[in-house]
Design a protein around this ligand. Structure first.
Ligand code: SAM
Ligand code: SF4
Ligand code: SF4
Length: 378
């Protein structure tokens, strides 16, 4: 077996200065990048901390008690996040996802949700506001999140077997409490709920079928995510990736599936519905999704921007550098300046890492280091 390399170097993430272009770039909602991709989806990381230590994201060896998490003063305040979000929305964003780290660890997150829920898209519609969580605090918080204006949640869950789950979160957290959180979210009206399962070959692939059986007919959409080479600390290896095509084949052999149309342009998941006896989609049985970030690039219509906990704008999950919007914000920029700067950055975007992955040398920890998932969110 090849030796696993887990670099112990911190990467306090270098940022590019964001500048206000000489020629103002007014937000019209029609912004597109160099590949003609619009800006529709903004993912905001509200904390770089987490109470889990999933080995594929925040391995214990690196994210230990000495890890230099961001000090509170470095975090964007809720007012700063909302002010930036308003400019993104003016450029065409329709969907905001709160993430992290574990977003429910950010104190009073409900206040931020209230502020974001008051924003309207360029067409005057309410924003689609959602949140990705490990579910550990959901049973306690589902009602207040809904009351604040959150519409939906995505819950990460890597298996139903308690021992497998405890070992994957690596903090011995019981699966029953996450299942309680999912039930509370359903009761609070935070649906349709998506359940994200990262599949690591040899670690939790035997949980694929139990998960599919459990969530069929539940009203929740179970999505299988290929284990990705994000960041530089998880010791990623291609032989631990189980291609989505294999996941579909495995489920289809027991629970027949039919492929469904994508729900929206830029949608990351390929949709498969449970079939009835005639091979048609049985809507009541529900559907699954597969996200093939490694085996099938979907950069062509990637319309997602990511705002890090400390206000850096990332144009790709696999970027090595963000654009420092916080310095602009705190340096007295007007709303027009911020909109111009964001427009200028997106306008120059040419990122398409997944499409190029196979042509690139593997990341050995040397050279440019990719940003961690826990820092910019998924
Ligand atoms: N803590 C929250 C959670 O786990 O849902 C939100 C942040 S987490 C970084 C967002 C998503 O990224 C989760 O669904 C997680 O499973 C996924 N993720 C993290 N590292 C990954 C990796 N190496 N490959 C694929 N997905 C990953
Ligand atoms: Fe925490 Fe989510 Fe990363 Fe797991 S995937 S370590 S829950 S941020
Ligand atoms: Fe988007 Fe980058 Fe992922 Fe491609 S690799 S889909 S550009 S985030």
């Amino acid at each position: 077996m090849a030796e696993r390399v887990i670099p112990l170097i911190d990467q306090r993430f270098a940022a590019l200065a964001a500048r206000v272009p000489a020629q103002p770039l007014t937000a019209t909602g029609l912004l597109s990048d160099t590949l003609g991709r619009p800006l529709r989806d903004l993912r905001i990381s509200v904390t770089d901390r987490c109470n889990f230590r999933c080995s594929y994201c925040m391995p214990k060896e690196v994210f230990d008690k000495d890890y230099p998490y961001l000090p509170h003063s470095a975090l964007l305040s809720f007012e700063e996040i909302t002010r930036l979000a308003r400019q993104f929305v003016a450029h065409g964003v329709r969907k905001i996802r709160l993430t992290g780290g574990e977003p429910l660890l950010r104190k009073n997150i409900e206040i931020l949700i209230e502020q974001l829920a008051a924003l309207k898209t360029v067409d005057g519609e309410p924003l689609d506001i959602t949140l990705t969580t490990n579910g550990s605090l959901l049973a306690r918080k589902a009602k207040s999140l809904k009351a604040a204006g959150l519409q939906r949640v995505t819950v990460s869950l890597d298996g139903l077997d308690d021992a497998v789950f405890r070992s994957m979160n690596d903090v011995d957290f019981p699966v029953a409490e996450v299942l309680e959180g999912i039930a509370a979210a359903k009761d609070a009206g935070l649906g349709p709920i998506k359940i994200n399962m990262v599949v690591k070959r040899g670690t939790n692939d035997h949980e694929i079928l139990p998960m599919a059986r459990h969530f069929k007919n539940s009203g929740h959409v179970l999505r299988f995510i290929e284990y990705m080479d994000v960041g530089a600390t998880n010791g990623w290896r291609m032989d631990e990736v189980l291609p989505s095509a294999d996941v579909v084949k495995l489920i289809h052999a027991e629970l027949p599936l039919v492929q469904l149309e994508p729900s929206a342009p830029g949608e990351t998941a390929e949709r498969w519905g449970y079939a009835d006896a005639n091979g048609k989609h049985a809507a009541h049985a529900g559907e699954i999704g597969v996200i093939s970030s490694v085996t099938q690039a979907f950069c062509g219509d990637c319309n997602r921007a990511r705002l890090s906990t400390e206000g850096q704008l990332y144009l790709c999950l696999f970027a090595t550098k963000g654009h420092d919007l916080k310095s602009l914000l705190r340096g007295g920029a007007t709303d027009e300046d911020l909109a111009s700067a964001i427009g200028h950055i997106w306008h120059g975007r040419d990122d398409r890492y997944s499409q190029l992955r196979s042509t690139m040398a593997p990341d050995t920890g040397a050279g440019k280091r990719r940003v961690e998932m826990s820092y910019i969110g998924g």
